[in-house]
Design a protein around this ligand. Structure first.
Ligand code: AMP
Length: 421
């Protein structure tokens, strides 16, 4: 199957050729012709499946063939949950639109709005946005959504997880009722189905079968060990395996910082990215990682969302997520676009229930191993007792310090899922 046979125009094919893509991925094969037929789409696809090109290419073609306006109102709106994903989708839109007369831009919070407003005033055909900043600028009358012909909700499940449902509903109410809707989600909870049912019209279902992709392309291993041994095992795996690029997931921001410090002490260059890091710091860390200057990126789930790191060979779950779908997202970072990858989970006895939940979701048993020198010795009771003790110590420490006014909480209202990531 070629991109040409999917019905894409010469100018888009030229951009693809420049990028070096020859064969469409399964999601592209399925989605592109349907989107070109102006159908609504409900697609199950995680990052790494080629979904961005899957919706961007046909969208650009429809816009270039459609009615042109002198002032270039927004005709396609792409909503994403995070700034990083917004920036990456925008990069893709720019790449694929190089040879067509389509202008695009990206807006997200956490950075100065003025340059964004300036670009919007000049007129853009395609707007990539996170919900908060979009509504802000709309409230300030800096953009109009009344000419939107195509709406894309990217990583819709994550948007709901992050508490954006109300914002999405509000945005939907600002769009013309006649439009094409494309919804992409890695998982399909009841909430996603409800949302999809509320605004998609006779959608075509497109699946990239994440379970099969995961099982086939990613070698998943669980190492059982005591909590306190995790850092030394990570260091051993990286150094002995000579890993040059690894993404490690922790459950908390503090955990990410702590691990990053320990890695640096072991002469393994690393950077932590999480909700407390500024946009600049996150972009810098990601650029350093991509350029190979940083060997390890330690990330929390929300911060890592949508990171575009092709062909990542190793992903390590320093701690398992308590939401099994997050595991699927995490390991989707490896084994991308045809390459094989390895996802390693370090599991202490208190995380056994997470393993069970993941196995249930994947409908597959995870291969479990114990490494010499890292044999687990702790019982669940011992771990839980230790946790209680740590919590009590922290509380004692806190009550001896000044009361927390909450003014330093930079995570704002976007992360309504726990606030610790
Ligand atoms: P996505 O799922 O959109 O995040 O894309 C995952 C990665 O695959 C990105 O690095 C894309 O640039 C790349 N990609 C997308 N489509 C193709 C293709 N047809 N052939 C090879 N790589 C692709």
């Amino acid at each position: 199957m070629s991109f040409k046979s999917l019905g894409l125009s010469e100018l888009l094919l030229k951009a693809l050729q420049k990028k070096g893509y020859e064969t469409p991925t399964p999601i592209q094969e399925k989605a592109i012709p349907k989107i070109l037929e102006k159908k609504d789409i409900l697609a199950s696809a995680q990052t790494g499946t080629g979904k961005t090109a899957g919706f961007t290419l046909p969208m650009l073609q429809l816009l270039s063939m459609g009615q042109q306006y002198r002032k270039r109102p927004v005709r396609c709106l792409i909503l994403t949950p995070t700034r990083e994903l917004a920036a990456q989708v925008y990069e893709d839109v720019k790449t694929y639109s190089e040879f067509v007369d389509i202008r695009s831009t990206v807006i997200f919070g956490g950075v100065n709005a003025k340059p964004q407003i300036r670009t919007l005033r000049q007129g853009v055909d395609v707007l990539v946005a996170t919900p908060g900043r979009l509504l802000d600028l709309h409230n300030q009358n800096e953009l109009s959504l009344s000419k939107v012909e195509i709406l894309v909700l990217d990583e819709a499940d994550r948007m709901l997880d992050m508490g954006f449902l109300r914002d999405i509903r509000k945005i939907l109410s600002l769009l013309p009722t006649r439009r094409q809707n494309l919804l992409f989600s890695a998982t399909f909870s009841k909430e996603i189905k409800n949302l999809a049912g509320s605004f998609l019209h006779n959608p075509v279902l497109v699946e990239a079968t994440p379970e099969n992709t995961t099982a086939e392309k990613v070698n998943q291993i669980v190492y059982r060990l005591d909590k306190g041994k995790k850092t030394s095992l990570v260091i051993k795996l990286i150094t002995e395996g000579n890993w040059s690029q690894v993404l490690i997931f922790t459950r908390t921001k503090h955990g990410a910082n702590r691990l990053s410090q320990k890695l640096d002490q072991a002469n393994i260059s690393s950077a932590a990215i999480h909700g407390n890091k500024s946009q600049g710091a996150r972009t810098k860390a990601l650029a350093g990682f991509k350029a190979g200057n940083i060997r390890v990126l330690v990330a929390t789930d929300i911060a890592a969302r949508g990171l575009d790191i092709p062909l990542l060979p190793h992903v390590v779950n320093y701690e398992l997520p308590n939401i099994p779908e997050d595991y699927v997202h995490r390991i989707g970072r490896t084994g991308r676009a045809g390459a094989s990858g390895e996802a390693i989970s370090l599991v202490s006895v208190d995380e056994n229930e997470y393993v069970r939940a993941i196995e249930k979701l994947l409908n597959q048993k995870l291969q479990s191993e114990i490494l010499e020198g890292f044999e687990p010795t702790e019982t669940l009771k011992e771990v839980l007792d230790k946790k209680e003790e740590n919590k009590a110590n922290q509380n004692r420490g806190r009550s001896q310090r000044k009361p927390n006014t909450g003014r330093n909480n930079k995570s704002g209202g976007n992360n309504r899922r726990g606030g610790r990531r």
